[in-house]
Write a protein that binds this ligand. Structure first.
Ligand code: 5RP
Length: 295
């Protein structure tokens, strides 16, 4: 029991016009405290941005280049990431449990790269996600794909489970080989995910009209890196994405397939968090990678 002798009277009832509890993640102001807290483990409270390191590719591609050994290739990079995106198998087996990065768990799966990738199912129980301290669950949405309808239903089911437990859901825009990747398609796909309740949407950058994709999506857009590019090109894409309204990147191959993954991650951080221009960030990459075999 607290000592109640000499209690001071409350007297400071003013302090600015805006509520001190305003929330920094787009579209999440009306969410419950737990879900907001989880989103804040992904998006930095000072700028609402994130650098998410994606290494979930093995769930349909197996041990691709750069992901042969997650414990040795990826785990050392994790302290530099705001959030990490991977399967529960990779998390449990290969990532130290003292990591502080926000955990974004791959929650869909089924087909391998040898089959129709849109034929996915929900591949995790919300209870296990909570046990793993997940901040968000990531699920692929195949707009225009063979199993479009099921993938949207999967997203909706995951949002229901996520809302019940205060876990966010990341809708991942999947692009089939034959689909046109333009702003019109990405406006459609990202908006559907947000309307179905996704709290974050991941998509690809497009050179024309990307700002219309970010403007018409009521939740934060984060940008996938895509196939490995020269570092300066990947940094330019990240820079343009941020300038055109993205809230961050969810980048995999352009980091872990670089000859200097840690240097590349530092350069991406400079673009996302410090508004570094691509050339400045590339200079940082060169400095950090100089004289080391793989850093
Ligand atoms: C795979 C994914 C990847 O995590 C995503 O594509 C990001 O990785 P990359 O930057 O290598 O494209 O969602 O389905």
């Amino acid at each position: 029991m607290a000592d109640t002798d000499g209690l001071l009277d409350a007297r400071t009832f003013t302090g600015g016009e805006r509520p001190a509890t305003g929330f920094h993640v787009k579209g999440a102001h009306a969410q419950d405290w737990g879900l907001q807290n989880r989103l804040a483990r992904i998006f930095r409270p000072d700028n609402g941005r994130t650098v998410m390191l994606a290494f979930d590719h093995g769930y349909f591609l197996g041990p691709m280049a750069g992901l042969e050994r997650i414990d040795t290739n990826i785990a050392p990079l994790v302290p530099q990431a705001d959030a990490i995106m991977m399967t529960r198998g990779a998390l449990r087996t290969s990532i130290p449990s003292h990591s502080t990065a926000g955990v974004v768990l791959r929650a869909s799966g089924g087909p391998s790269v040898l089959r129709d990738l849109s034929d996915e199912h929900i591949a995790i129980d919300i209870e296990d996600a909570v046990r793993l301290n997940a901040a968000a669950l990531a699920i692929q949405v195949f707009i225009g794909g063979e199993h479009e309808s099921r993938s949207v239903a999967n997203l909706a089911k995951l949002v229901d489970a996520g809302q019940r437990h205060g876990v966010a859901v990341l809708g991942v825009t999947a692009v089939g080989k034959d689909m046109v990747r333009d702003a019109r398609y990405f406006r459609l796909a990202t908006r559907i995910s947000a309307e179905m309740g996704a709290h974050i949407v991941k998509t690809y950058y497009v050179n024309e009209g990307f700002e219309t994709v970010t403007a018409s999506c009521p939740v934060p857009i984060i940008v996938a890196g895509g196939k490995k590019l020269p570092e300066i090109d990947a940094l330019t894409m990240a820079y343009r994405s941020m300038q055109e309204g993205a809230a961050g990147v969810d980048m995999g191959r352009n980091i872990f397939q670089s000859d200097h993954p840690a240097a590349m991650l530092a350069a991406v951080r400079a673009v996302v968090h410090d508004d570094a221009k691509p050339e400045e960030a590339h200079e940082l990459f060169r400095e950090r990678s100089a004289g080391s075999a793989a850093s």
